[in-house]
Design a protein around this ligand. Structure first.
Ligand code: MRU
Length: 353
């Protein structure tokens, strides 16, 4: 990749450097997060976004909180302060489970340290937390690579795949989830086309996926969200691959608003519909997709495009950021452990063990 989505700079006193996704593709700029508040703002405003990238960033967010502890703070008080930072970061966005998964891992590290080394120093704790955040980041990169290898056979030579939103390198610490099979196939010399849904309202497809794929030299064709049916009915799409924000016990999957519609179209036109996601995106504590909290965002995102008003000021708006694709409409889920093609609770649980 010619860009880094996120990077920790320095040691325990370091900071998180993000590629600011709000201004892409026009402006490529870095955003440094040195306080939990700056990272919270970056997550809420989608400077960093995509389920795995949010999770990895939040893990580093706990390290950022560690930076702010006063010099003479006791270990007990430091643990209380860090727990507050974890709760604060967890309140940034509700749908992508990777956020809670990563913060839970950081909390576990703290708890184990407090139990094992009650006389340990705050700096020792901060180092352990930074090591854990680096581990989460490295695991995410490895999971993306593995998803790429497992998903690559699903992209036919000379064929075309469709994707929705951005589940690429910009959404992870690695090469992405939905886009990973495309990067792997491209590297292997396969020729194919990727149709990219623009993904209203925030245009992650147009602004981010089209940018990423074009930079990598992959043949990308941008379409408006309402054009997928016409392409599928003309037999021009061989497969759909999207990412996920949360996959629950029965296989129901939350992803960017509009994914559900694409899955229903794919079923109608007999096009295989794949979700690509790492195990950190599974939430087996929830039985069905109906229980997934869906983020609702500001009306302005629908009433404007790039700050230009496109609707009457006073009109009411409904703006859910995600929808839930029924497990029955998903052909298979590509994970770092392989492809789950039997989407039943027992099979999914067994596969992830
Ligand atoms: O609101 P966003 O841009 O964070 O939504 C992102 C998505 O829906 C992605 O498809 C999902 O997080 C998977 S990213 C690998």
């Amino acid at each position: 990749m010619q860009f880094e989505t996120l990077k920790w700079v320095g040691g325990i006193d370091g900071f998180l450097e993000l590629t600011d996704q709000r201004r892409l593709p026009g402006v490529y700029e870095k955003l440094n997060c040195q306080t939990p508040e700056q990272l919270f703002e970056a997550i809420v405003t989608l400077a960093v976004r995509g389920a795995p990238a949010i999770g990895v960033s939040a893990a580093y967010g706990v390290c950022i909180a560690g930076r702010q502890l006063s010099q003479d703070i006791s270990l007990t008080d430091a643990l209380v302060e860090l727990k507050k930072a974890i709760d604060y970061l967890a309140s940034s966005r509700p749908t992508a489970v990777n956020l809670f998964w990563a913060l839970e891992r950081m909390q576990q590290k703290m708890t184990v340290f407090a139990g094992d080394c009650p006389d340990g120093s705050v700096d020792m704790l901060r180092q352990i937390l930074l090591d854990e955040a680096h581990a989460i980041c490295a695991e995410d990169q490895a999971m993306c690579q593995a998803i790429g290898q497992h998903g690559m056979p699903l992209i036919p030579e000379g064929g075309a795949v469709l994707t929705h939103c951005n589940a690429g390198a910009l959404a992870t610490a690695g090469i992405g989830t939905a886009l990973a099979p495309m990067y792997a196939a491209h590297e292997a010399g396969r020729r194919f086309t990727v149709y990219v849904d623009e993904t209203r309202p925030l245009l992650q497809g147009a602004r981010l996926t089209a940018w990423e794929l074009t930079q990598a030299g992959i043949d990308a064709v941008l379409i408006c969200d309402n054009m997928a049916a016409s392409l599928m009915s003309a037999g021009k799409i061989d497969a759909v691959i999207t990412g996920a924000d949360r996959i629950v016990a029965n296989g129901d999957t939350a992803n960017k608003i509009g994914t559900q519609g694409v899955s229903i179209l794919a079923k109608h036109f007999n096009v295989p519909f794949y979700i690509a996601a790492p195990s950190s995106t599974f939430d087996l504590s929830i039985e069905t997709g109906k229980q997934i909290p869906i983020e609702e965002r500001s009306a302005n995102e629908v009433k404007t495009i790039e700050k230009v008003s496109i609707a009457p000021e006073g009109v009411d708006v409904y703006n859910p950021a995600f929808d839930v694709t029924d497990a029955g409409d998903i052909t298979a889920i590509i994970t770092e452990k392989g492809v789950i093609d039997q989407l039943e609770a027992d099979q999914i649980r067994h596969f992830l063990e």
